[in-house]
Design a protein around this ligand. Structure first.
Ligand SMILES: NC(=O)C1=CN([C@@H]2O[C@H](COP(=O)(O)OP(=O)(O)OC[C@H]3O[C@@H](n4cnc5c(N)ncnc54)[C@H](O)[C@@H]3O)[C@@H](O)[C@H]2O)[C@@H](O)CC1
Ligand SMILES: Nc1ncnc2c1ncn2[C@@H]1O[C@H](COP(=O)(O)OP(=O)(O)O)[C@@H](O)[C@H]1O
Length: 293
């Protein structure tokens, strides 16, 4: 059920080439955070950096700007008000990129919807939809946009937990009793790759499902989903195929939490600790021949 054995996963790790520059290593536009949840933008942004993206640009609510800026000086941070009217994101082989939208959005507010729709409408690049933006995705207008992107060959990934998946299913009256079938039916109905998170996480592109069961209940703490979104977004920005990006990120997220639990106990691990153990999870997965350490 999980065709991703360790050799295949190791081959997907995005070790930088000798000639790498910050643009060739992937530009992630992370539209995240709100007045209510500025911390989610910080968690997802550091996760994106740790997962290898060369250029992590955080687009956030004006009230969250100073918080994200002071969190890490290497982040490029700008206001979502200017982003709404700015240049759309275009990815190319020389300058790969992706947009991740919604971690730390207030579900159901009008601003979340505007930001999500702008990302879906304008990004000529993969888009990841997470957190509060999933409420706006679970509307006729949200689904229509996903279908249009699907027809144009533009990947969209969504990372719902059980509650968010139920919202996406409700729009279409889909049954929610079996997680594997739910991941598949949401993927087919919206034309997206679905990462249905939980104690077991199911990843579906509508054709096949991958079962991710290496997690630990240490991950059941607010903020770990924001970390996962940053990791997947980072790999999408580095031009991994969508299902590969989701499987590799979910595996490293689970391994990082296990390493953190070994040292800190499953009681005490925080999402920040999961972030700190991502490098150990990457190193434990191994090095490709010729990769720069
Ligand atoms: N430090 C931060 O800034 C954090 C921000 N967060 C952000 O907070 C926003 C709201 O997310 P929430 O998930 O709290 O709110 P939601 O309103 O989207 O969903 C929460 C509700 O979903 C239901 N639910 C059903 N199954 C569930 C499951 N398996 N896991 C979780 N909930 C389930 C629960 O009844 C709960 O009341 C998101 O944008 C998220 O990214 C959270 O990730 C927590 C940390
Ligand atoms: N009991 C558990 N066992 C394994 N993994 C879990 C468990 N509970 C939660 N997780 C993982 O933790 C993450 C929680 O994400 P999410 O519910 O979006 O949290 P948040 O929105 O608070 O960041 C997901 O990756 C999920 O698979």
């Amino acid at each position: 059920m999980n065709p991703y054995e360790s050799h295949r996963l190791r081959g997907l790790l995005p070790y930088p080439d000798r000639e790498a520059n910050k643009y060739s290593r992937g530009h992630l536009v992370l539209v995240a955070g709100s007045a209510a949840y500025p911390g989610a933008a910080c968690l997802a942004a550091l996760a994106a950096q740790r997962m290898g993206a060369g250029y992590t640009e955080v687009v956030t609510d004006p009230s969250a700007l100073p918080i994200v800026q002071s969190f890490r000086p290497s982040l490029v941070v700008r206001s979502d008000e200017t982003w709404l009217d700015g240049e759309p994101l275009t990815a190319s082989p020389a300058r790969p990129g992706a947009c991740a939208v919604g971690s730390g959005f207030d579900p159901g507010d009008e601003r979340s919807k505007r930001l999500l729709f702008r990302a879906l409408d304008t990004a000529d690049a993969p888009v990841l939809v997470d957190g509060g933006a999933l409420a706006a995705l679970a509307t006729d207008e949200g689904r229509k946009r996903c279908r249009e992107r699907f027809v144009c060959g533009l990947p969209t990934v969504a990372t719902p937990h059980g509650g968010e998946a139920a919202r996406l299913a409700k729009l279409l009256g889909l049954p929610t009793d079996d997680a594997r079938s739910l991941a598949r039916s949401l993927s087919l109905a919206y034309g997206i790759v679905v990462v249905l998170k939980g104690p077991v996480t199911w990843i579906s592109d509508g054709e096949a499902e991958v079962c991710m069961d290496e997690g630990t209940p240490a991950l059941a703490k607010a903020g770990t989903g924001d970390v996962l979104a940053g990791m997947i977004g980072s790999l999408l920005a580095q031009a991994l195929a969508p299902v590969d990006a989701c499987v590799l990120a979910a595996t490293l997220h689970a391994h990082a939490a296990r390493f953190a639990s070994d040292d800190l106990t499953s009681v005490s691990v925080t999402p920040e600790d999961v972030l700190d153990y991502v490098p150990r999870a990457i190193a434990a997965m191994g090095f490709r021949d010729g990769a720069s350490r």
